[in-house]
Design a binder for this molecule. Structure first.
Ligand SMILES: NC(=O)c1ccc[n+]([C@@H]2O[C@H](COP(=O)([O-])OP(=O)(O)OC[C@H]3O[C@@H](n4cnc5c(N)ncnc54)[C@H](OP(=O)(O)O)[C@@H]3O)[C@@H](O)[C@H]2O)c1
Length: 370
């Protein structure tokens, strides 16, 4: 695929949005209003909602540029046929990702899909196989994997071994969604719309454990053993979701352990959401939000600290947006920050955890064979 050029012969990646909800608005803000952070040029050329041209038009109004006037569609089917769209951004609820991504891939479009990629592993595998068959770009928009702070933490732990060996990772991810007070149509409390701590929030601590412990060369790419438990709620349709979920992961080869807790019923009690220690007394602490980390601190046994600032003033999608640009420019069909294999590994892990929690989604039925 070649990238179009603007009137000044500068390459511009032309995005089409499937879904015009909350996260689509944040993504669009970074795409067109955080130019100072971008290495490359991006443009929103089309926006579709599943059922309302008026809602799509209202969305495009907010994000049209001085020289760009995005088209507004009242169906996803129309947008994927638009030849001006180079890459599709999928941001509807996760039980809908499978059908929506499939529609775009079948139309030959590259896709960046919001996390979690799908509801379960069979759905994710089906989409990866389709993307490979169609030879188009496909990636899960797991934005923290693109943050420089993540790469720095990997370098400190895996190359410089600042904490030594035998790592322990502790993560506390809290975000009060007030799910008990929300109407049934909210995705935070309706399980058929994907409600539940694990797939909405828990994938963040799991991703941190993947990049910090699974990717540790001492682990040799061995999957961890998993043990999970959760507090659950029952929604108005009698479906059960998890709201406070504890997972421990054990990596026998590297003798590392992760203790992860995710709760959607309270606000964070500390900004220091992540701590790693090893066998030499040094602690690596990451602060900010679990989905938007801002500083990395090394605390030494002698009481001294080294603080590394990775803060930025936009939401933070610009890192993954530029990475997608580079992939398309280089004709790569997956991103090195989150190759297909990593998304599949995550879906296998969340399936395994859901099995232990006895949590199923109505959408699971799609790939149930008996
Ligand atoms: N990367 C991140 O930091 C981040 C943060 C938050 C969420 N997310 C992910 O992004 C996705 C969307 O989250 P969001 O907070 O943006 O959701 P949202 O605003 O509630 O809804 C997103 C879109 O889902 C569709 N939708 C809404 N209600 C629906 C219903 N009852 N039936 C069918 N479709 C419905 C709509 O698509 P149309 O506009 O096409 O009608 C809506 O615009 C989720 O998968 C979530 O996990 C990622």
């Amino acid at each position: 695929m070649t990238i179009a050029q603007n009137s000044e012969n500068v390459p511009v990646l032309r995005w089409g949005f499937l879904g015009a909800g909350l996260i689509a608005a944040s993504f669009a803000e970074d795409l067109v209003q955080a130019q100072q952070h971008h290495k490359y040029q991006h443009e929103i050329v089309a926006v579709a909602t599943r059922n309302s041209q008026e809602r799509a038009a209202a969305f495009t109004e907010r994000f049209k540029g001085s020289s760009s006037f995005p088209k507004a569609y009242g169906s996803y089917e129309e947008l994927v046929q638009d030849s001006n769209v180079d890459i599709v951004y999928v941001s509807n609820h996760h039980p809908q990702h499978y059908d929506t991504v499939k529609l775009a891939l079948l139309a030959g479009k590259g896709v960046l899909c919001e996390k979690p990629l799908t509801i379960n592993y069979p759905e994710a595998l089906d989409l990866v196989e389709l993307a490979r068959e169609k030879k188009v770009f496909f990636a899960e928009g797991f934005w923290i994997r693109f943050f420089p702070i993540v790469k720095k933490a990997q370098q400190l732990l895996h190359e410089e071994r600042v904490c030594g060996k035998y790592l322990r990772l502790f993560i506390d991810f809290c975000l009060n969604s007030r799910f008990r007070e929300l109407p049934n149509e909210s995705r935070m409390c309706n399980v058929s719309l994907g409600a539940g701590a694990l797939l909405d929030m828990g994938v963040y601590p799991l991703t941190w454990s993947q990049v910090l412990l699974f990717d540790d060369p001492l682990n040799g790419k061995n999957d961890p053993t998993v043990s999970s438990n959760a507090l659950t709620f029952t929604d108005n349709n009698d479906d059960v979701g998890d709201y406070s979920t504890a997972v421990t992961l054990v990596f026998p080869k590297s003798q590392a352990i992760a203790v992860l807790c995710t709760s959607m019923d309270r606000d964070p009690v500390t900004q220091d959401f992540l701590r790693v220690d090893g066998d030499n007394g040094v602690q690596l602490i990451i602060s900010g939000k679990c989905f938007r980390p801002q500083t990395l601190t090394l605390k030494k046994p002698d009481g001294s600290s080294e603080i590394m600032d990775f803060s930025f003033d936009a939401t933070g999608f610009f890192y993954e947006q530029d990475a997608v640009f580079e992939c398309i420019m280089k004709n790569l069909n997956e991103a090195s920050e989150i190759p297909h294999g990593e998304s599949l590994r995550m879906m296998r892990l969340t399936d395994q955890i859901r099995h232990q929690l006895k949590i199923s989604y109505p959408a699971d039925i799609r790939f149930t064979t008996n």
